[in-house]
Ligand binder design. Structure first.
Ligand SMILES: *Cc1c(COP(=O)(O)O)cnc(C)c1O
Length: 409
């Protein structure tokens, strides 16, 4: 463990560093905004009324706690470890994103902000942000790569129904990375009334720590639920990683429990190869600076950020949260990758055995469960984060399986 901390609960340091990672690599114009945000978050963090409001919304609006479900047929089928799903796909809006959005928007309201901006790739964070903005009557502007606007039209329509303005981003290559850059520019230009709501454990400090704290409700509940259902800690935690927020949320409350194995699953696309047809920033990338923090990134030899490739649009962020980069380097967590083909198999198995249509993102986590569970003893408890439901992915899956979805087949 890093000498700086005698507990993983204390990170990052005052400069937002997790070991060599994180920090705040931002322009002078952005710095005062970041410092204000940090000060307000530090205040809210220890304010009981802030958490009381969060808990009330988590309970009555999101539907928390999400269940801890023993996947009995999956367990029997794999014939090894005992498998539990943390059911965050049952949340309002169908994924874990809303846990964090609620926190940031309550903070925005405390700061007197009336306009919320967000970036989105596949559209899940955009939908969650538009949802909470509608609930509180806040103006919502979502930056989305022009390419993604085309690919993810149902989510674009959802955001518009919820009253958000969707801005297609054509700068750069029109991807999630460029959408995040445009959102940062908007923030600097509209300092007074605008709050930037980031969708994963990335960005300049305090975002990675703040988003982690809001998502930690997942791990906190998981710990209590397993204590009640099994009377002990799990042996292994597994979660899929795009930027790393659902994983950080599950992992964080267990980091000091040394007996717990922690595994993050990156999107291996067509395989972690030289052609970079994957999104595995840790297993196939190198350290660099993007979006205000230092972390592992997908980049070419000249340091150009690469787009990445995955069947799952929600996993194609070219970086990974700095805390994961640190946990990887010091060896507290292990990071693996799963290919598109393996994720598709896991997707189908969950449908067939458990009656749960998972999103393609947690299908990656499940594929790794399928790899390791058969070789583990029957008293080994695996807890996997089922972080999103698969309704959004059925057409993608149908296409890959060669099914005719026009109704004629
Ligand atoms: C957005 C999303 C992800 C990836 O984001 P993380 O920050 O890595 O959690 C994974 N799963 C689902 C269902 C998502 O919507």
């Amino acid at each position: 463990m890093n000498d700086l901390f005698n507990s993983f609960m204390k990170g990052p340091d005052e400069n937002g560093r997790f070991g060599d990672f994180g920090g705040r690599f931002v322009s002078e114009t952005l710095m005062p905004l970041i410092l204000r945000l940090e000060a307000e978050y530090e205040k809210a963090k220890t304010d009981d009324s802030f958490w009381a409001e969060m808990n009330d919304l988590w309970t009555h609006y999101v539907g928390r706690p999400s269940p801890m479900y023993f996947a009995q047929r999956m367990t029997e089928h794999l014939g090894g470890a005992k498998i539990y799903f943390k059911r965050d796909e049952l949340n309002h809006t169908g994924a874990h994103k809303i846990n964090n959005v609620l926190g940031q928007i309550l903070l925005a309201r405390r700061m007197g902000k009336t306009r919320i901006i967000a970036e989105t790739g596949a559209g899940q964070h955009g939908v969650a942000t538009a949802t909470v903005c509608a609930k509180f009557g806040l103006k919502c502007v979502v930056y989305m790569g022009a390419h993604d606007v085309e690919r993810q039209s149902p989510n674009v329509f959802r955001m518009k129904l919820l009253g958000a303005e969707v801005v297609p981003v054509t700068s750069g290559r029109g991807t999630l990375k460029d959408a995040m850059n445009d959102a940062l520019r908007d923030w600097v230009t509209n300092v007074r009334d605008t709050f930037y709501c980031i969708g994963t454990v990335a960005g300049p400090h305090p975002y990675p720590a703040m988003v982690r704290d809001f998502q930690s409700i997942i791990g906190k509940e998981a710990k209590e639920q397993l204590a009640e259902q099994e009377g002990r800690l799990p042996d292994t935690l597994i979660a899929a990683i795009g930027g790393g927020s659902n994983a950080m949320g599950l992992f964080f409350p267990f980091l000091d429990d040394k007996s717990v194995n922690i595994i993050g699953v990156e999107a291996g696309g067509k395989g972690v190869n030289a052609k970079m047809e994957h999104c595995a920033s840790l297993t196939g990338g190198r350290p660099g600076v993007l979006h205000g923090n230092r972390t592992y990134l997908l980049q070419d030899d000249d340091g150009q950020i690469l787009e990445g490739f995955s069947i799952s649009a929600g996993l194609d962020y070219p970086g990974i949260g700095p805390e994961h980069a640190w946990l990887h380097d010091i060896g507290r967590a292990q990071y693996v990758s799963i290919t598109d083909t393996e994720a598709l198999e896991a997707f189908q198995l969950s449908c067939a055995l458990e009656g749960i249509i998972p999103a393609l993102e947690p299908s990656h986590a499940l594929a790794h469960v399928m790899k390791i569970a058969p070789d583990l003893p029957s008293d080994h408890i695996i807890c996997m984060n089922m972080c999103g439901r698969g309704d959004k992915d059925i057409f993608t899956v149908a296409k890959h399986l060669g099914w005719d979805m026009t109704g004629a087949g």
